[in-house]
Structure formats: C-alpha cells, structure tokens
Design a protein around this ligand. Structure first.
Ligand code: CP
Ligand code: NVA
Length: 313
C-alpha cells in the first residue's frame, strides 16, 4: 500500500468545495448533538493527540482547539514558539519531522505563511493553519457556519468587508469562491488587498468588488464584516492605520446602509470604539459571540475530517 498523504487544512483554496461543505455539515451535526449525552461515536479521536503550536497570542483559537479535541475524545499539547527549540534555530522542517513521530496532528499559529507550508511539506501528519499573516481559514469556516445559521444558505448572497485588508479578509475572499457568494470590500487605497490575492480572485472569477467607500460596499448586503485595524505584526504602523481606517468604522450609520436584517460579524478580538462601536457590537444585528462559539464546532469538523481513517470526501 502507498503511504497516505496527510489531510492538511492550510487554506480554503486547498480543500475542494465539496469537502469544505462536508466539514460544515459534520460541524453542524456535531454541534446539534453536543451535550445530548455523549456516545462512543462522538469520541472518534480517542487516543489521538494534537500539538498546538502558538508563536503568537490567542484566546479563541487556543481554547476552541483544546476543548474541541477533548470533546472528540483526544488530547492536546500546548507549545509556544519561544519554549521550543524552534526559538533557538531548529528548522521548521526538522520540527515537522520530530513532531510527526509523536503526535497525530499539528495546529500552528505563525505569522510567516511560508513557515506553515514548509511545516506541512515535512510533516507526515495533518497540519492545520491556526492563522498566518496571509490567511485564517478556520475562522472563516466558523463564519460561514454562523452566517448560514442566521441567514440561510450563503450561496448567491452578498457580504461586505470594511476596514483593513488582512488575513481574515483573504480567507473571506477564498470562501466567496469556495461557497459561491459575492463579496464587496472597502479599504483605503493604501491598505487595499494584495495584488496576488486580487489576481487569484480574477482568475477564479470571484464576484469581488473593491471600493474605497464603505457606504457603497455595504449597500443592501446580508452581512457587514470587519476586523481590527492593527493585526499581529502591524504594531509599528498603528498610528498610520488608525488615521487611514477611521472612516471605515462600523457604526449605526453604516449598519443602516446595509440590508435591514444584515448581521454584523467580527472574528474578535474587537477594539470597541475603533473598527466597531460598542453599540453595534452589543446591538441586535451582532452575531460575534455565536461566531466565536462556532470556532469550536467548525474546528471539531475540521479535526474529525483531518484525522478520520476512513474519510471519503
Ligand atoms: N479570532 C481569533 O482567531 O481569535 P484569537 O486570536 O483569540 O485566537
Ligand atoms: N487580523 C487579526 C486577526 C486576529 C484573530 C490578526 O492577524 O491579528
């Protein structure tokens, strides 16, 4: 028999749309059965160990992967970049080879996306992207799950992003292709999406509209989405970003330009008073805490998919 390739979850674009849909269905079914009495079938990852490598801070990703793995019957090991020999110059490739001898899967948060792909290249177990500077695919799986719970199938719908162009937006643009919806993006010209991403979207016929006007972007949409103005790694540009991005704040006025029942989404952590007002965050259209909770359910789907022996997708 030939060695099976590990099922990595590096980007939405690297998993087929059919498989992504299967993962979401698995996530929704795991969610609906949660706490209704646990059976052996609900602990498919018994005996499996997930290494969680964090080179950057995290609240949601860390806790949701840890709890998710345990709820599926597995166990976790929490590692931080500075505590590992990685911090003293051991290569990513050697780290991948060594971790693969011990654990059944690796989830990693590391800014340099090339480090993630190198880890996956040398690992013989599944590698899951827990956020890089380039993308955040686990987040958008939770986001699509959340959108569909509140507003029905996302296919054919239109969402709007306003603010900085970052990793979370990149995965939303990938998702527009994978799940077949339209996306409008408002950013200042100086912080527009990277050329490579826009060209990828063009090649894949993504229904992507770019503008510098947040009101034009949100006009009539089903969801208004934003994220922080200063992502991890951008700290030195904080002042410049706050200045450029203040017209892109999600406030009551901007929300009223969207569809009446539009939802407000944010991956969190939020900076109340910067990219979003407290009124919108805590208002009736906000689904941000459902979105946070769905990290757990979406990632249980991803873990079960990545680690299942007899997966068919
Ligand atoms: N949304 C998200 O990934 O949050 P954390 O940085 O807390 O993991
Ligand atoms: N764009 C943010 C997301 C945090 C979850 C960052 O990269 O810091």
């Amino acid at each position: 028999t030939t060695a099976k390739l590990p099922r990595h979850f590096l980007d939405l674009t690297e998993v087929s749309p059919g498989e992504l849909r299967n993962i979401l269905e698995l996530a929704a079914s795991i969610k609906s059965r949660r706490r209704k009495g646990v059976t052996a079938a609900e602990r498919p990852l018994t005996g499996k160990v997930l290494a969680m490598v964090f080179d950057k801070p995290s609240t949601r990703t860390r806790v949701s992967f840890d709890v998710g793995m345990r709820e599926l019957g597995g166990e976790t090991i929490m590692l931080t970049g500075t505590e590992m020999q990685l911090g003293r110059g051991e290569t990513i490739a050697d780290t991948a080879r060594v971790l693969s001898r011990f654990v059944d899967a690796i989830m990693i948060r590391i800014l340099d996306h090339d480090d993630l792909t190198e880890l996956a290249q040398y690992a013989t177990v599944p590698v899951i992207n827990g956020l890089t500077k380039r993308s955040h695919p686990c987040q958008i799986m939770a986001d699509v799950l959340t959108f569909e719970e509140h507003r029905g199938p996302i296919k054919g719908r239109t969402v709007a992003w306003t603010g900085d162009s970052n990793n979370v937006l990149a995965s939303w643009i990938h998702a527009a292709h994978c799940f077949d919806f339209s996306i409008r993006v408002a950013t200042p010209a100086e912080l527009a999406p990277p050329k490579a991403l826009v060209e990828w979207a063009k090649r894949h016929q993504v229904r992507l509209q770019l503008t510098e006007d947040p009101y034009a972007a949100v006009d009539g949409v089903d969801a208004v989405i934003t994220d922080c103005w200063v992502s991890m790694g951008d700290e030195e540009e904080a002042r410049m970003r706050q200045k450029l991005l203040s017209p892109f704040q999600v406030n009551g006025k901007l929300m009223s330009a969207a569809s009446k029942d539009a939802i407000f989404m944010h991956c969190l952590p939020a900076h109340r008073g910067e990219e979003v007002t407290t009124k919108v965050m805590d208002g009736p259209q906000s689904v941000v805490f459902d979105e946070a909770e769905n990290r757990l359910h979406a990632q249980k789907g991803i873990l079960a998919w990545a680690l299942s022996e007899s997966a068919t997708a």
